[in-house]
Design a protein around this ligand. Sequence first.
Ligand code: VG1
Ligand code: CO
Length: 544
Amino acid sequence: MHIKTILTQTYHDQNPGTSGLRKKVKVFKQRGYLENFVQSIFDVLPDFQGKSLVIGGDGRYFNREAIQIIIKIAAANGFGELIIGQNGLLSTPAASHIIRKYGAFGGLILSASHNPAGENEDFGIKYNVNNGGPAPEKDTLAFFERSKVLESYKIADLPDVNLDAVGSQDIDGLKITIIDSVNDYAELMQSIFDFNLLKQSIQNGFITLSFDAMSAVTGSYAKRILIDLLGASEDSVRNGIPLEDFGGHHPDPNLIHAHELANLMFSENAPTFGAASDGDGDRNMIMGKGIFVTPSDSLAILAANATLIPAYSAGLKGVARSMPTSQAVDRVAARYNIPCYETPTGWKFFGNLLDADKITLCGEESFGTGSQHVREKDGLWAVLFWLNLIARRRQSVAEIVHEHWQKFGRDIYSRHDYEAVESEIANGIMASLREQITTLVGQIFGDYVVKYADEFCYHDSIDGSTSANQGFRIGFENGSRIVFRLSGTGTVGATLRIYIERFEPDATKHNQDPQIALAELIELAEQFCKVKQLTGRTTPTVIT
Ligand code: VG1
Ligand code: CO
């Protein structure tokens, strides 16, 4: 194999965010940009000579070209085997599973998740370690540091690899294996859930469903699992063909971007169950006829019912949620006397807890839920979990949710995003919050008395590491909370996220519209951060 060393221009902006490096396609297409980042990762990683690397992506624009480049750089750097999803496709949870199942050294996942795709949109890449999970912060920081001084990369002179046909080939001692993207994942799902019961419930019409793959990677997975294996009707998977531009949409499963599904679920003709996933298949939105389940509630409900699922019938070791996720799951943990951990935003912080067997389930308010079975959040897994639950309890989604609220109370919750805010203004807001936070404890705002106010700093109890500056928390005596943080996945300006929650124990008040129930706290949040005043905006860009 002929290996070339190419001198390259150094880039200074390759700092991975919450979930890998995400930039506009145009940025990634600059000469050497992708090559530099991949070489920086390989320069930092120790001892992978002869070992295997998993490669796959969400199929967005530039996916195939990026894979061809990565193959050549990985070959030049001494990997022994490359395991690649057919057509270059692997959902994020499937990639995580494949790394684990085949004992790979690690994996490169090409995705910008829920961000739009296409020539003028976003691309992304992230490295996952051998437990199948996103590289921890100490690694991503090291990749960035290396990229800032990188002067050359190594690349093998190889012809492009045919990504379309499953099978193995040997090129000068390098094994390249193209695998079916869905098989291993579908098998894993069958080992977790009661597929016989699901099949029955779908085939006898007790469950009718609509899954929106949003023209992204889960199309192939949903068709195989929901239609081929479980017998759901052909039309139960919508937007099921993965497209390079995701049909021009945001593949973001929420009421705004999955509005077709939302309209259906609130209509007369709604099926019993509706769900959607995101670009790379790790997010999920859960709906029932006439009801949307907030992700924070979904996590709590899955935790409360986990023993109904074959794989979790022995009970849960513990649970974890990201800091801005509502405290609904904390109530379940307290009731069942299991530990509940609060981690910073981003799946990488769950990895150590899962590896150490401290938790079985975990989740985030941003439509992410997952478990021990992989080291990423998993959209279709959450869908199957809900289906299994509906089939076991023989109840509708609405009945399950309302019973849960009756038993535990409702944590009324909403997130307000202000996207593409000028960075200077956003940084000013954070600086001002940092100042205010020191003086808030004990202050009274109407019914709300500040109990604690801090900038979240996480101490990982497993590896002893500390992650500071993870967002501002303002907690009130009555259990309500307001959280502020800046997004680490956006590619334009800054995105301010405001997370608002209030606990409502009274079952007669559980049917309130969150925006109305939270109105006072929403006002208060504006008083603290002044985002409307400073940007001249009157409403958030997205409310979830
Ligand atoms: C967002 C979400 C976070 C999630 C991350 C990656 O990050 O808030 O909870 O883990 O996206 O998800 P941020 O920094 O923009 O708030 V995905 O599906 O985009 O890989
Ligand atoms: Co995603």
